[in-house]
Write a protein that binds this ligand. Structure first.
Ligand code: HEC
Ligand code: HEC
Length: 159
C-alpha cells in the first residue's frame, strides 16, 4: 500500500470511530432525556408554539442603560433596507419627520468615526436593525438576572 493510501485508510478508520462514539453518545442522551428548550425529547415533534405577536403600541419602553438603542415600538414587516432603499428613513430622516411625526434619528447617526457630524446618515448607522429591534409578546425561554443600574446604586449590590 502506498503511503498516501495508508493515511487515507487510517483517516477513514478514525472518522468511523468518531462516528460510532457520537452515535453511542446520542443513544445515551436520548435514554437520559435531553436538556432542551423545546421541552420535548429530541425524537419527538411537538406542536409548534403560536407565532408571537409583534409589539405595535406606539409606547416607549424604558431603556436599560443610557446607551441602549431604543427598541422599535411598531411592526417592521416588509420594510426594505438595502443599497437602494431604506424604508426606515422614509419616516425617521431629518426631512421626513414633519410629515411622519416619527422621532428623528439622533445626531449620533450623522457622525462619522471621527465624531464629525455629516449631512447624511452615516453608513455606520444605515442598517438600523443592527442595533434597533422590534419586540414580541413571546414568553422568555430562560430567566434573566439583569439589574438596572439604579437598583444597583440603591441597593449596594443590586439585590
Ligand atoms: C411609516 C413611518 C415609519 C416607518 C417606515 C418606520 N418608523 Fe419607526 N417610528 C415611527 C413613529 C411614528 C414612531 C413613534 C412611535 C409610534 O408612533 O409608533 C416610531 C418609533 C421608532 C423608534 C422608537 C424611538 C424612541 O425614541 O423610542 C425606533 C427605534 C424606530 N421607530 C425605528 C424604526 C426602524 C429601525 C424602522 C425601519 C425598520 C422604522 N422605525 C420604520 C414611524 C415609522
Ligand atoms: C450602530 C447602532 C445603531 C444603528 C445602526 C442605528 N441606530 Fe438608532 N440609535 C442607536 C443608539 C445607541 C441610540 C440612542 C442614543 C443615541 O441617540 O445615539 C439610537 C437612537 C435612535 C432613535 C431615537 C432618537 C431620539 O432622539 O430619541 C431613533 C428614532 C433611531 N435611533 C432610529 C434609527 C434608524 C431609523 C436607523 C437606521 C437608519 C438607526 N437608528 C440606526 C444606535 C443605532
Amino acid at each position: 500500500m502506498r503511503d498516501q493510501d495508508r493515511q487515507g485508510l487510517s483517516a477513514a478508520l478514525g472518522l468511523g470511530a468518531a462516528l460510532a462514539t457520537a452515535l453511542a453518545a446520542g443513544a445515551l442522551l436520548a435514554a437520559e432525556g435531553t436538556a432542551t428548550l423545546r421541552k420535548a425529547d429530541i425524537l419527538e415533534q411537538p406542536a409548534p408554539p403560536h407565532m408571537a405577536r409583534v409589539e405595535n403600541k406606539d409606547l416607549k419602553r424604558a431603556r436599560n442603560y443610557p446607551e441602549q438603542p431604543p427598541t422599535i415600538p411598531h411592526h417592521i414587516r416588509d420594510y426594505q433596507i438595502d443599497r437602494n432603499v431604506n424604508k426606515c428613513l422614509t419616516c425617521h430622516s431629518r426631512t421626513a419627520i414633519e410629515q411622519s411625526q416619527a422621532p428623528m434619528v439622533s445626531v449620533t447617526h450623522f457622525m462619522d468615526r471621527d465624531g464629525q457630524v455629516r449631512a447624511a446618515v452615516s453608513p455606520r448607522r444605515y442598517f438600523c436593525l443592527q442595533c434597533h429591534v422590534p419586540q414580541t409578546d413571546a414568553r422568555p425561554l430562560v430567566g434573566n438576572t439583569f439589574k438596572d443600574v439604579d437598583a444597583i446604586i440603591r441597593g449596594g449590590k443590586g439585590d
